[in-house]
Design a protein around this ligand. Structure first.
Ligand code: NAD
Length: 263
């Protein structure tokens, strides 16, 4: 832990510090009594967030080596996140990343970094979504053969689709059914539903922070499981809970379930 940290607090590094999530992470970290000793963004332009100077992300390796933070929290994009994770692994700094949209090679790179430093990744840092996933597993187990459709809605600036959370819910569904369902992304034209397929629908509109709905239908009944996020603060809080939990642990690949006591 950096010698400059406030009593009981952590020294935190934040990437994407001027982004929607980065700003919330900086604010919440300070509110919790942590020090934000490193804040970077790809275009810093002399910005400050909550009084913290934001520096150029190109300087991240040097800043991590000089300031030796306890943990790095990343909400950026998949290519930059991999770059930042590498820098953190080289500097021996644990990483919490909430970035979504990694491809298979990205997933493999994250796993490799986790051999060197503790790394915790979650597509969604909301406790409500963790509960939604548990509820989905229970519902699928109780309703074999029911049709399932997943719909997510996010703000009009979101770049990846479907959302990382929707993918995590689909993976949980496959896991529970013991096979990979054919995922159909939207439908157009003559596309009758095939047995076992799962429809996936991504809506982009306005400033919606995040909504996920799983619909299960069969046997003349419908069950809908819905989660709505009111404010990004919920994700920042979950990521900082994760950062506090992760700092000082052994290298390894951790998930949010471990933080909230699911396992
Ligand atoms: P944003 O666009 O507001 O902020 C992203 C920040 O990262 C920006 O400051 C941008 O300059 C920087 N950035 C983006 N791509 C970059 C790149 N290629 N190189 C360098 N810097 C880059 O986005 P946001 O809403 O804050 O979301 C950031 C990420 O976090 C997304 O992947 C989003 O899906 C994810 N997210 C995850 C959760 C969760 O709970 N896990 C919650 C919300 C958002």
């Amino acid at each position: 832990m950096s010698g400059d940290s406030p009593a009981g607090g952590l020294s935190v590094a934040v990437t994407g510090a001027t982004g929607r999530m980065g700003r919330r992470v900086v604010a919440d970290a300070l509110e919790r009594g942590h020090a934000v000793d490193v804040a970077v963004n790809r275009s810093a332009d002399g910005a400050t967030v909550e009084g913290v100077s934001v520096e150029d992300a190109g300087a991240l390796p040097t800043l991590l080596a000089e300031r030796d933070p306890d943990v790095l929290v990343d909400f950026t994009g998949p290519s930059s996140a991999l770059e930042y994770v590498d820098a953190a692994a080289d500097a021996g700094v644990p990483v919490v990343t909430g970035t979504t949209g990694f491809d298979d090679a990205g997933e493999t790179a994250l796993e490799a970094a986790a051999a060197e430093v503790p790394l915790l990744r979650a597509a969604n840092f909301s406790r409500g979504v963790a509960a939604l996933e548990r509820a989905l597993r229970a519902a699928v187990a109780a309703l074999p053969g029911y049709d399932v459709e997943v719909t997510e809605t996010h703000h009009n600036q979101k770049t990846d689709a479907p959302s990382g959370t929707a993918k995590a819910l689909l993976d949980a569904l496959d896991d529970e059914r013991g096979r990979a369902a054919g995922r159909v992304h939207g439908r157009e034209g003559t596309t009758p539903r095939q047995p076992g397929e799962v429809g996936v629908h991504a809506r982009r509109a306005g400033d919606v922070t995040g909504e996920h709905e799983v619909l299960l239908a069969g046997n003349d009944e419908v069950l809908e499981l819905t989660h709505r996020t009111g404010d990004r603060g919920v994700f920042a809080a979950g990521a900082l809970d994760a950062a506090e939990w992760l700092a000082g642990r052994d290298p390894g690949y951790y998930d949010f379930g471990a933080v909230i006591g699911e396992r």
